[in-house]
Design a protein around this ligand. Structure first.
Ligand code: ZN
Length: 249
């Protein structure tokens, strides 16, 4: 029974029995794990307040081969998310991020890129509550991309031609884009203007804080795109992750 250790993000906690807590962690070294923190709800617990959701902590745990839950031994706070406590919009967005991670990140499958992106997303501050929709969109694009569910919007999905910068395309089957020429033999769908394609590309190119700063004045475009991305996520996960009203946050 080896002792493992890793930096990790606390995604969710549940109460277990009288004094214990189940903790869902996205670890840097080992991917998603679920563990029991014995006595974590006691006043003088050795875990202190380190296991609050959305904190980054360094954990030590034992893993038994035949058990799904690991046994947490120690957790040391690296960074808390206290800045989010006063913002219901941020907390709701973080809860959505955690939900997406638990849906899409396979257990025991580490992903350094995803870990860094989650950590960066949890450290952004918002100038306006409405900017939470930008962070949510940013994270959704990354989850889809890392899961291999994000279609390539740089090309026409039918003729594979690279779309020019100023070209307007149409949303086709499987969320591929269809160019004007190919559209002539197809049913018309939603119009995707160049600014939409640039926004999706920027989400993949920029760190979260910069994306939010750059798209502050493009929230309407992001909201429109969020409707499409929300449907894509529901299709990819096989279940609706959020209701339509929340998806339009
Ligand atoms: Zn085409």
């Amino acid at each position: 029974m080896p002792l493992r250790e890793s930096d990790s993000i606390v995604l969710k906690t549940y109460n277990l029995a009288e004094a214990d807590r189940i903790v869902v962690l996205f670890t840097r070294e080992f991917g998603m794990i679920r563990g029991v923190a014995k006595g974590a709800r006691r006043l003088k617990s050795k875990f202190g307040s380190s296991l609050e959701p959305f904190s980054e902590v360094h954990v030590e745990y034992f893993e038994k081969e035949d058990r799904e839950l690991v046994s947490l031994q120690h957790a040391e706070l690296i960074r808390s998310s206290f800045h989010a406590a006063a913002s219901p919009e941020l907390l709701e967005t973080y809860a959505h991020l955690a939900d997406l991670l638990m849906t899409f990140a396979p257990p025991h499958d580490p992903n350094e890129t995803l870990y860094r992106m989650v950590r960066a997303s949890l450290s952004v501050t918002l100038a306006e509550p409405t900017e939470a929709s930008l962070l949510k969109f940013y994270f959704e694009i990354w989850i889809l991309r890392l899961g291999g569910f994000l279609p390539d919007w740089t090309i026409c999905g039918a003729c594979r031609r690279v779309l020019s910068e100023a070209e307007t395309a149409t949303l086709g089957e499987g969320y591929q884009l269809i160019c004007g020429t190919c559209l002539q033999t197809r049913r018309p769908g939603e119009t995707i203007s160049p600014s939409y394609r640039i926004t999706v590309a920027d989400a993949q190119r920029l760190p979260p804080a910069e994306f939010i700063t750059e798209k502050r004045n493009a929230i309407d475009i992001v909201k429109e795109l969020s409707r499409i991305v929300g449907r894509l996520i529901a299709t990819a996960s096989g279940r609706p992750v959020l209701s339509e009203s929340k998806a339009n946050l």
